[in-house]
Design a protein around this ligand. Sequence first.
Ligand code: ZN
Length: 80
Amino acid sequence: MTIYWERCDFCGQHNATRECTMFPGNYVCPHCCLACMNRPVCPNPVWKFAFELRPATRPTRKTAGKEALLDLLSKLEEGK
Ligand SMILES: [Zn+2]
């Protein structure tokens, strides 16, 4: 299988690219697609990321992760 690396029309770096939905004829790499200012209004971003497929838990994720870690640490301390 051959992977074609094209030059991104937005950042100019050689990367995996797909044709942009908002600007047909331009090829965009995942980084530029994610950082694109038109992304909120883009009908179909060509690069999709795993976290976008899940329900939005972003504001609470950091706190929940910290609490889970503290809980795990307290359990480890109790065990010893
Ligand atoms: Zn790019």
